[in-house]
Design a protein around this ligand. Structure first.
Ligand SMILES: NC(=O)c1ccc[n+]([C@@H]2O[C@H](COP(=O)([O-])OP(=O)(O)OC[C@H]3O[C@@H](n4cnc5c(N)ncnc54)[C@H](O)[C@@H]3O)[C@@H](O)[C@H]2O)c1
Length: 248
């Protein structure tokens, strides 16, 4: 992973659960952060409105829409690294509104990749999900596990991942794909993965509790990361829980 010291970092999905924690973490590391927040007419910035006081006012906010290529390129100008988290993530919503998942998760990621290529961004970290593997056919899941589009959400993330990897293969765009499993902690949504069920088997997507955790950090139940091909990284999925920021 690129050394982030002295870098300007764009965080997309910064107004969300994981993104807002990430912004707090990066600002506390002394990094210059631009937080991409989904524009709305209320002038609110999602969870960024409630970040802790030591961080408030110490980062820039860019209000835009990941579906807009010009807006995304404008937000990325002057940034060395992009941590791309913006996405629609609720599985049930993807059953009846899959078009929006294609536009946001696939087209939005394409916009980030195109801009990264044009602007010669140093590193793009694309946030995928363990959902790309569907119901586990074996555990621990490795990167050899088949990709299974079990929901339109999962299919859209598979599409986004493959686009990201194709930009590396075709153009050498420096992309890293991370695949967190269920993440839990303060600010997690009550409509998050723990509440989502596959229609086919009815199993919960996760078992994370909804309440704020006693340990005020974000946790992954497990994790998986796909290294950039040719960068000598071995695929690995540890099966362990841990602090998300130790993994980036
Ligand atoms: N929460 C989990 O357990 C989990 C697990 C694995 C992967 N992920 C991935 O992590 C990332 C962040 O997830 P989260 O749990 O914080 O979700 P979240 O819904 O809290 O955050 C996603 C953010 O993306 C933003 N967004 C949606 N559409 C947008 C658009 N058109 N333009 C700009 N921004 C837009 C939303 O405003 C939201 O704040 C996602 O990519 C998700 O797929 C999450």
């Amino acid at each position: 992973m690129t050394n982030l010291s002295g870098k300007t970092i764009l965080v997309t999905g910064a107004d969300g659960f994981i993104g807002s924690h990430l912004v707090e973490h990066l600002v506390r590391q002394g990094l210059k952060v631009r937080a991409f927040s989904l524009y709305n007419s209320f002038g609110t910035w999602g969870w960024l409105d409630r970040v802790s006081p030591d961080v408030k006012g110490s980062f820039e906010v860019f209000s835009g829409d990941i579906r807009d290529p010009n807006g995304v390129a404008t937000a990325m100008r002057g940034c060395d690294v992009v941590l791309h988290l913006a996405a629609l993530i609720a599985i049930p919503y993807s059953y009846h509104s899959p078009d929006t998942y294609i536009d946001t998760n696939i087209k939005g990621t394409l916009n980030v990749l195109q801009a990264a290529r044009l602007l010669e961004t140093e590193r793009v970290v694309h946030t995928s999900t363990s959902e790309v593997y569907g119901t586990a056919q074996f555990v621990p899941i490795t990167e050899e596990h088949p990709l299974v589009g079990q929901s339109p959400y999962s299919a859209s993330k598979i599409g986004a991942d493959q686009l990201a990897l194709s930009f590396y293969r075709s153009f050498g765009t420096p992309v890293t794909v991370i695949r967190p499993f269920n993440t839990f902690g303060p600010r997690q949504s009550t409509r998050g993965p723990a509440d989502d069920h596959h229609p086919a088997c009815g199993r919960p997507e996760g078992s994370s509790p909804r309440q704020a955790q006693p340990n005020p950090g974000l946790h992954l139940r497990c994790r998986h990361r796909q290294g950039v091909p040719g960068h000598g990284r071995k695929p690995r999925g540890s099966g362990r829980s841990g602090q998300l920021w130790q993994r980036l």
